[in-house]
Design a protein around this ligand. Structure first.
Ligand code: GLY
Length: 364
């Protein structure tokens, strides 16, 4: 097991390893001490019904482990998918908290992927003006990105993640055995974020990922990669907890990624959109002379090597229109995240009027 300590305003530990579900009560004891708060577990119907090949159900394993350790537990399950990440589901969670008398000394447990973590975190941040929560991410994307750093929130019709709160968890536990239950497409979604860390911060990690599936083979390889990504994110979040500067580098590929997701009515998933967004931005940077030759070709090849797309047929004008509505926009400027080279990114404020010209020809 690897452990990473995050020194944000509300400090916490992240544990990464195999077979950790049963150990979670033990990992929670430094947070709770002798206290036994009531635990409101929030999950979705897909995660709730998962089973390992030996028949063990992760959700049941988790609940039983908590109960054995003396916690009283209740469970709120909502339909899986981005369409559930709404204020309406949060309202249902509040009703559930009320019914189960979740008080300020109790805790919310987010057990699932990014949608579950973001929604449960926001429900925890806002219920009674804030109750503690822990993250138990079950997807690669949630392990390397959304469960770390305290961004919580939901989508509204006007856009993704437009309502939310910064609310750091009290503990994050990544049981990498959960990743064996992911469909290949969902695993690839997480790889897009992994590639992103290499592209913006860590040339060595990127070079490792250029080896495709081989990079993930061998004992401990995936765990090591997850820990590296989490540690890179830790450094950024400690520097810029409230996303005023450097943390925005983590949005590399996301402005156009979000636009692609939205335009496709979310049939193109987050990681797939981000992969295309990263390739688009790399092409635009190369064309503008901001990044050296071959940068875009390497990003594209790395995405493809991990089952991710690098092109889109959606007209650039449409994507730029969505990008203008992105929350990275400030007045008449939008902060683009550009690549200077593999392993080095920078913030690049651009007038929205120049966006289309900057991105011209970048879709393919
Ligand atoms: N997902 C980007 C961030 O946490 O800042």
């Amino acid at each position: 097991m690897k452990t990473i300590s995050v020194n944000t305003g509300h400090p916490y530990q992240i544990h990464i390893g195999r077979g950790l579900l049963e150990c979670i009560p033990k990992l929670l004891s430094p947070v709770c001490g002798a206290r036994r708060p009531k635990l409101a577990v929030i999950t979705d119907d897909r995660v709730d019904s998962l089973a390992f090949p030996d028949g063990r159900q992760p959700a049941q394993t988790l609940l039983t482990a908590f109960e054995k350790a003396g916690y009283s537990v209740c469970k709120f399950v909502f339909p899986n998918g981005e369409a559930s990440k709404t204020l309406d589901t949060v309202r249902q969670a509040y009703a559930f908290f009320s019914e189960h008398e979740i008080t300020r000394t109790d805790m919310v447990v987010a057990f699932g992927g990014g949608v579950v973590g973001d929604l449960a975190g926001f429900a925890a941040a806002s219920w009674l003006r804030g109750v503690e929560f822990i993250q138990i991410p079950t997807t690669l994307l949630a392990m390397v990105d959304s469960s770390v750093g305290g961004k919580t929130g939901v989508d509204i019709p006007q856009g993704k993640n437009l309502v939310g709160a910064f609310w750091q968890p009290s503990l994050v536990v990544c049981d990498t055995d959960m990743l064996s239950l992911l469909p290949a497409e969902t695993f690839a979604d997480g790889m897009a974020e992994v590639i992103k860390y290499g592209a913006i911060f860590d040339r060595e990690l990127f070079e490792q990922l250029e080896r495709g599936g081989q990079a993930l083979a061998g004992p401990g390889a995936l765990e090591g990669i997850i820990a590296r990504c989490v540690d890179l994110k830790r450094q950024v979040v400690e520097d810029d907890e409230r996303d005023k500067g450097r943390r925005q580098l983590l949005n590399f590929g996301h402005t156009f990624g979000h636009a692609i997701e939205k335009q496709s009515d979310f049939t193109i998933t987050h990681g797939h959109g981000v992969a295309i967004g990263m390739a688009m931005m790399a092409r635009a940077c190369e064309r503008a002379g901001l990044a050296p030759a071959q940068t875009a070709a390497r990003i594209e090849a790395c995405c493809r090597a991990h089952g991710l797309p690098a092109e889109t047929d959606i007209p650039l004008e449409t994507l730029c229109k969505h990008a203008m509505g992105d929350k990275k926009r400030a007045g008449s400027d939008i902060t683009l995240i550009i690549l200077r080279s593999i392993g080095q990114a920078a913030l690049y404020p651009a007038a929205t009027g120049r966006l289309l010209a900057f991105m011209e020809g970048s879709s393919k």
